[in-house]
Ligand binder design. Structure first.
Ligand SMILES: Nc1ncnc2c1ncn2[C@@H]1O[C@H](COP(=O)(O)OP(=O)(O)OP(=O)(O)O)[C@@H](O)[C@H]1O
Length: 336
């Protein structure tokens, strides 16, 4: 659906160049919600703005729906851009236009008949839950309502892709969740491909199917959110997860065990999260355990659990416990 090939973007003049993206490759499938996470300055905004050529890459190609946007002339690019909606952190609404007129703007731009504009904007207002606010101006709306207008406006031209540039970063946690829910609903109803950039792991965890971690203009880790979130490989990814869980130290890496103790990290995914595997196995092997840290939560709709426990028992019975847990399909990592 979206293919970025060897994308490079440099700003500035020769001799004083900043490289925002360096030879980045990325592939996003139709109908998925794809998140890009990275720290400030990593290149997120540049990346998402290159996807509709709001920002022209210095080199490389941007393919959307089988069309190489980077090779198109002005007119053709304008046509293709209509299929790519975008929403922004600060909403970018026209302050002197009503909610209705903001949403109608892209339709009027391409000379849509008045009755069709009325009908389409009416449908979009219902979709984003703003029917009662159609005559208000942006200044009379809350942040969440403004973003709903932004979403409705982005959907007016029936796009195939929706790009979200830090769309919830200016909102409080509750409003963020309601906007994320709306995006998920739109994704499912219309099979709309959604690409979002964020610096918040919570956003990725709530609605994304896959995630890429961007650092210094390149992708350092990429995969299904369940994999990247539960088994982060890159230090930057681990950083995001640690900060998100507000943990002030990981007992898995900071505690050293006694000879008859072993610290292990057990990861439960899906239905296994709610099964009694751990207590069944230790009852059999005679090992005792203390829970040092634990989380049970969801990644999108998939439940998961992660426990850091200290097993105590003979080395043989502890080893047997680990093997048994793995046999039951749990992911068990033993601290070295
Ligand atoms: N118009 C510009 N001119 C010069 N340098 C720029 C421009 N836009 C971005 N940069 C630089 O490119 C790099 C990537 O910036 P970008 O805004 O894409 O990062 P980001 O991950 O979106 O950061 P943030 O989360 O702070 O918005 C940074 O070093 C930034 O200073």
């Amino acid at each position: 659906m979206i293919e970025l090939k060897q994308l490079t973007k440099q700003y500035g003049k020769p001799g004083r160049l900043t490289t925002a993206l360096s030879g980045l490759d990325l592939s996003i499938q139709k109908g998925e919600i794809f998140g890009v996470i990275g720290h400030s300055g990593a290149g997120k905004s540049t990346l998402i703005r290159c996807m509709n050529l709001l920002e022209r890459p210095t080199s490389g190609e941007v393919w959307v729906n089988g069309i190489n946007l980077t090779a198109l002339g002005k007119k053709q690019l304008q046509n293709e851009r209509r299929k790519i909606g975008m929403i922004f952190q600060h909403f970018n609404l026209l302050s002197s236009a009503t909610v209705f007129d903001n949403i109608a703007f892209p339709l009027r731009l391409c000379n849509t008949p008045k009755s069709k504009v009325e009908q389409k904007v009416g449908e979009l207002l219902a979709l984003v839950g703003l029917e009662e606010h159609r005559h208000k101006y942006p200044a009379q709306l809350s942040g969440g309502q403004k973003q709903r207008v932004g979403i409705a406006r982005a959907l007016a031209s029936d796009p195939e892709v929706l790009l979200c540039d830090e769309a919830t970063s200016a909102l409080d946690p509750q409003t963020t969740d309601s906007i994320l829910k709306l995006l998920l609903d739109i994704n499912r109803r219309f099979n709309l491909t959604i690409v979002l950039i964020t610096h918040e792991m919570h956003v990725i965890q709530s609605i994304c199917d896959r995630v890429a971690v961007i650092h210094q203009g390149g992708i350092v880790e990429e995969g299904p959110v369940t994999e990247v979130f539960l088994k982060p490989r890159h230090e930057v990814t681990r950083d995001f997860i640690r900060n998100d869980q507000l943990s002030d130290g990981d007992p898995f890496t900071t505690l050293s065990g006694q000879p008859n103790e072993r610290t292990v990290k057990i990861t439960f995914l899906g239905a296994k999260t709610y099964e009694s595997t751990l207590s069944d196995v230790v009852r059999e092997t005679g090992v005792t355990f203390a829970i040092l840290q634990g989380t049970i939560s969801k990644i999108k709709e998939t439940p998961y659990g992660q426990l850091i426990v200290r097993f105590e028992g003979s080395p043989e019975s502890v080893n047997q416990t680990v093997v048994q847990l793995q046999k039951q399909g749990l992911d068990v990592e033993v601290s070295s």
